[in-house]
Design a protein around this ligand. Sequence first.
Ligand code: RFL
Ligand code: PHB
Length: 390
Amino acid sequence: MRTQVGIIGAGPAGLLLSHLLHLNGIESVILEARSRAYVEGRIRAGVLEHPVEQLLTETGVGMRMRAEGLPHEGVILRTEGRDHRIDFKALTGKHVMVYPQHKIVQDLIAARIAAGGQILFEAEGVSIHDVRTDAPYISYEMDGRATRLDCAIVAGCDGFHGISREAIPASARQSFEREYPFGWLGILADAAPSSEELVYASHDRGFALLSMRSPTVSRLYLQCAPDEDISQWSDDRIWAELSTRFTRDGFSLREGPITQKGVTPMRSFVVEPMQYGRLFLLGDAAHIVPPTGAKGLNLAAADVSVLTRALTAWFRSGATAGLDSYSETCLRRVWKAQRFSWWMTSLLHRFSSHTPFERRVQQAELDAVFGSVAASTVLAENYVGLPLIL
Ligand code: RFL
Ligand code: PHB
């Protein structure tokens, strides 16, 4: 089989890339290790930056998002029982869109299939070859049969645990990494959200986040140990701990049946460069952020915008400038999002290593954000999203 762009991974990065390339007249084939039902049901991100919401709308895949998504004009930061609202609308004129990642994945798969796009699910043993030549190919097995996909470009969109990043020789890449000494215990509950806007709570017992998936489904997180044993957390214990961390006069947490529980470790990671010959890395394959800034999915969309522009120019006229600067262009935005995600994480979590002095400085930093329009504006600008191409 032959195509112009061979894409590995049908997450948001791979699907959006295939969709945007199609709109620009470029063919692609997606190879995905998992089943369609699995990728369509995977619960992950929930917050779309303003430029990403616009991109989905402008490219014709925003219908359900506009009908079912919840535009949010601010978030609440809660500490010591006090709320401080970051008013996105007033500070930036923009909002974010709360719309679940698995629905974006469903919407993109439907759009690709309707347009005759090829997504090969349950592809096994995917492996990348000859990316330093002008005839790269991807080998894989489908229904027990060895097959190859010849292409001009390979797009590695296979997430943090994929194989694409490793296809760059160790001597040609450098990794930057930070692991945090905590994780998030996340739940999905059939309960109406207890607040109209997201609440980021900094508490002596640890961070907690109140988010949502719809007017009847809440998504909540608790800071926990990175290797927390989920079996030690009964539903009652989770609700009691959430209730303590969200304490504020007049606030009560709405409870309901917990339908999903899981622990996510927290990590910052970047690989440089994001390109090797004809192989381009996008999204989580190239970078991971801790979820505190809600940036992961949005960064994937930004990489896709940069590569689409570069590939469109290259396939149309042979211009290589966009491809040559792909990594540098993406990394400029990636590092800004890394800084913001690291800062939000450092600001709001409880670090057991903190000395009493460091704890006081952390509390003062939060107070400094509350007390300054300038500082609140910096937070708001980063949260609603920088332009996709910087
Ligand atoms: P994905 O979504 O991991 O998709 C990669 C795809 O590649 C497939 N794959 C392979 N296919 C073929 N062969 C192989 N060898 C393969 N190896 C893997 C996988 O099956 C999968 O389908 O990466 P992508 O597309 O780069 O998208 C990135 C986002 O999924 C991720 O950044 C976000 O979910 C991060 N994230 C959040 N981002 C936000 O922007 N806002 C948020 O509010 C937000 N909250 C979150 C999050 C991530 C979380 N977790 C679970 C990590 C909250 C959480 C708890
Ligand atoms: C979510 O709804 O899953 C979510 C929202 C905001 C974050 C992280 C996760 O910062």
